[in-house]
Design a protein around this ligand. Structure first.
Ligand SMILES: [Zn+2]
Length: 433
């Protein structure tokens, strides 16, 4: 199996620690002298650059949150003059101002490097045709994959998101071998390919590089079966760099974090204490090489676990589990914590049901109610209405058993739930808080 950067990706643990310590000290110095926000926060905590001598000292530093980025909108946390910034991206929040991130020329090179590692990790090389169906523009997905694809010497198709008919046509005519998009769009494309009448054997697709939203193992199996590809999970967020923070290798047993550039910690989101290796908690990143927008202990809200065991692929970079969900996506229904991905898992284990669903949360007489609308597979042709009702009840029981929560299940016909060409919308919360 190919490794893009053997020196770093396969470095022994002591070597990695040494690199991380040296780079952390540089980063702390950079933010202390160039970003008033960080200098003030460090001074409040009684810290100076000399307080940080190694990576072990990281936990002394305060956390950074999305709120801090908003309060310093648009460029307040940049650590270089604007003349050094060659690119900005922004992600729109659900409320208020977008989160703005900036890159120097060196940051773009770092980003290309980690994306080259990601694509190589996924099994792609210079002989591949990469169809990038992530959105191009302010979102980091499209351009992130684009630079990585060019760096490994692959042929890049910058088709961007949407326009499914054209996606399928070019996939067929150009012979795309790698598809990069959100997992929900991959599933949508799989259905559309079946409907288009194109035989799967006419396509050359072999790898999918999917991220930007949490997805379950069952969803992976569904995509792999339908598209007959290896589906690789990638992870990133614009505040850290964009895609390229971590990526699965072909073992598909956790995502290797590019920890020579992005140092991961897992904390208890309530006490904010760093948890011992192997514990599940909130993922926190400190950038170790970024110039434009360095991040100190940025709270991602994503929940995961770190695994320091050596991977069969030969890479030594720590692995993070596929994200279970985002603490922001977690619903609290009658006191029970629920991630939409848990519902999805139950759906995919049942026959006769498609993983297209919508959760509707409401509050009636001060009591939370939860309804699940889910599509029935058209291959499931019940002879009698009673068979549909039997399916509905079985689903309701399965959900209650595995989630510990009563959910009203409504079956709807195929295609009744709106398809998304970007991130799938899974929840409508009508409760007024
Ligand atoms: Zn591996």
């Amino acid at each position: 199996m190919e490794v893009w950067n053997h020196q770093f990706e396969c470095m022994d643990r002591n070597g990695i620690k040494h690199v991380q310590s040296a780079r952390l000290m540089e980063t702390v110095e950079r933010v202390y002298f160039n970003v008033p926000y960080y200098r003030n926060r460090m001074q409040e905590a009684g810290l100076g650059p000399e307080s940080i001598r190694s990576i072990e000292d990281l936990s002394k530093l305060p956390f950074t949150t999305k709120q801090d980025l908003r309060e310093n909108y648009p460029f307040g946390l940049f650590a270089v003059p604007m003349s050094e910034i060659v690119r900005v991206h922004a992600s729109s929040g659900t409320t208020g101002k977008p989160t703005v991130v900036g890159y120097t020329r060196a940051d773009i090179a770092t980003w290309s490097e980690v994306m080259a590692r990601t694509l190589t990790c996924a099994g792609a090389d210079r002989n591949d045709f990469i169809q990038i169906a992530y959105g191009y523009g302010l979102f980091t997905g499209g351009l992130g994959l684009h630079y990585g694809g060019e760096k490994i010497g692959a042929s890049v198709i910058p088709i961007s998101g949407g326009n499914t008919t054209r996606q399928i046509q070019l996939m067929h005519d150009f012979g795309s071998t790698v598809l990069a998009c959100t997992p929900s769009y991959a599933l949508y494309l799989a259905e559309a390919i079946t409907e288009s009448g194109i035989n799967r054997d006419e396509l050359k697709l072999r790898i999918g590089v999917f991220g930007a939203e949490p997805w379950t193992e069952n969803m992976r199996r569904e995509i792999e079966d339908k598209l007959r590809i290896k589906a690789i999970d990638i992870y990133g967020l614009s505040e850290v760099i964009g895609p390229g923070v971590a990526s699965e290798c072909q073992e598909q047993e956790g995502l290797h974090v590019n920890e020579d550039h992005f140092y991961p910690e897992v904390i208890d989101p309530k006490t904010l204490e760093v948890l011992p290796p192997g514990s599940t908690g909130e993922l926190v990143f400190t950038t170790l090489t970024k110039e434009g927008l360095p991040m100190i202990r940025y709270r991602t809200r994503d929940l995961t676990r770190l695994n320091f065991e050596r991977c069969k692929c030969g890479r030594t970079m720590v692995r993070m589990d596929k994200c279970l969900g985002r603490s922001d996506d977690m619903l609290i229904i009658r006191g029970v914590n629920l991630f939409p991905s848990q519902v999805e898992s139950v759906l995919l284990e049942m026959g006769g049901i498609k993983p297209h669903y919508l959760l509707i949360v409401d509050r009636v007489n001060n009591l939370d109610t939860l309804e699940l609308k889910v599509e029935v597979d058209e291959v499931f042709f019940p002879d009698r209405i009673s068979q549909l009702e039997e399916l509905r009840q079985r689903l309701q029981v399965n959900l209650e058993n595995s989630l510990g929560l009563g959910i009203k299940v409504t079956l709807v016909e195929s295609k009744a739930i709106e398809r998304s060409e970007g991130k799938a919308k899974r929840v409508i919360d009508n409760r007024k808080f």
